[in-house]
Design a protein around this ligand. Structure first.
Ligand code: FES
Ligand code: FES
Length: 172
């Protein structure tokens, strides 16, 4: 009997895609081999957050999901949120705050922050910390990352208070 490698089809950064995969392949491995290398491999065990992507609008760890689990669903990676040429608002503030050291944790942080901004109507510290809780950073001590995030959230809160509809997409 011939072995047909299974495929998985899902929406990736707004485009319908189909990839060949193996039953034990993790989503993170698939993304990286397909060139979506902004999503990082850290612990591989669902504890560091370096591999955070959005699945149907929620931040998830791509290292513990099997690729086949995203069949028919919607995945967004950091490449869809900000690029070198067009950084998102949060990425810009991270740079302004000097919050990026090795940078390895940053894409995951940005994805969690994106989930926060897109899912929550308000951004009090407790809610924001809950969203960012699953993203570890070994370099910065978090303070500057927090300062950068708070700046973006404060700006959104001010805009909302002024009656402007906050931009649902952090990509300016
Ligand atoms: S690499 Fe996925 S949580 Fe650490
Ligand atoms: S900047 Fe190095 S792990 Fe966060």
């Amino acid at each position: 009997m011939t072995h047909h490698a299974p495929t998985v089809s899902f929406t990736l950064n707004g485009e319908a895609k189909t990839f060949v995969t193996e039953p034990d392949e993790k989503l993170l491995a698939l993304l990286r081999r397909e060139g979506y290398r902004g999503t990082k491999y850290g612990c591989g065990q669902g504890t560091c957050g370096a591999c955070t992507v959005m699945l149907d609008g929620r931040a998830v760890y791509a290292c513990i999901l099997y690729a086949q689990q995203v069949e028919g669903r919607e995945v967004r990676t950091i490449e869809n949120v900000g690029t070198l040429d067009e950084p998102s608002e949060f990425q810009t503030e991270l740079i302004n705050a000097g919050a990026v050291q090795c940078g390895y944790c940053i894409p995951g942080m940005v994805m969690s922050a994106t989930a926060l901004m897109e899912n929550e109507p308000t951004y009090d510290d407790e809610i924001a910390r809950e969203y960012m809780d699953g993203n570890l950073c070994r370099c910065t001590g978090y303070e500057k990352i927090w300062v950068a995030l708070r700046k973006v959230l404060d700006r959104r809160e001010a805009a909302a208070a002024a009656g402007q509809k906050p931009d649902a997409h952090p990509h300016r």
